[in-house]
Design a protein around this ligand. Structure first.
Ligand SMILES: [Mg+2]
Length: 187
């Protein structure tokens, strides 16, 4: 996805905060290896959550482990096509995701090209978040990560962002809490 014109992510500007969202189990219901648009069921409050982060001036980034690629269930092209579709669905509702990052690697990959033990991008490692921080000029101190797994919490902590565990329910509510707590920190 390319950047829009005007102030925004990219080189040079004052770093902005970001809302990092895990995908499966956070933005969409985790049905196991979701890779087709017809299998995407948005989580309650997901679209509103992205919109609220946008309105708070945060860059929205999705970071998702996709070991289904390593396992040979689907290819990276399908992951990218799905993310394009999700982006368009959100945009139609006035919600903007700046970029999706996915990690296709897994130590037990059947597809050899993706066999990699403890890949730096695979959460709980923070590689995807760190890349986003560098590429999109993000200030970790003004950022948070919302995920549904312990590995998301650890990845967030390792990247230096506040982490929030989503245990189901309304994603917009937890996102509003995270935004409010950023404000309380004075950032
Ligand atoms: Mg998840």
């Amino acid at each position: 996805m390319s950047d829009s014109s005007g102030p925004g992510p990219g080189g040079g500007e004052t770093p902005r905060g970001a809302a990092f969202f895990d995908r499966d189990g956070v933005l969409n219901v985790d049905r196991g290896y979701v890779h087709r648009s017809q299998d995407v069921e948005w989580m309650p409050g997901a679209i509103e959550a992205v919109r609220a982060a946008n309105a708070a001036g945060l860059i929205v980034v999705v970071v998702t482990n996709q070991s289904g690629v390593a396992r040979g269930f689907y290819g990276e092209a399908e992951v990218e096509a799905l993310h394009q579709w999700m982006s368009e669905q959100l945009a139609a509702e006035g919600a903007r995701v700046e970029r999706f990052y996915h990690c296709p690697f897994h130590e037990e990959a059947v597809v050899e090209a993706y066999r990699f033990a403890d890949h730096p991008d695979r959460k709980p490692n923070p590689g995807m978040l760190r890349r986003a921080i560098a590429e999109l000029s993000i200030d970790p101190a003004r950022s948070f990560m919302i995920g549904d797994q312990l590995s998301d919490m650890i990845a967030g902590a390792r990247a230096g962002v506040a982490s929030y565990l989503f245990e189901g329910g309304d994603l917009a509510r937890l996102t509003a809490q995270a935004i409010a707590e950023l404000g309380l920190k004075g950032v």
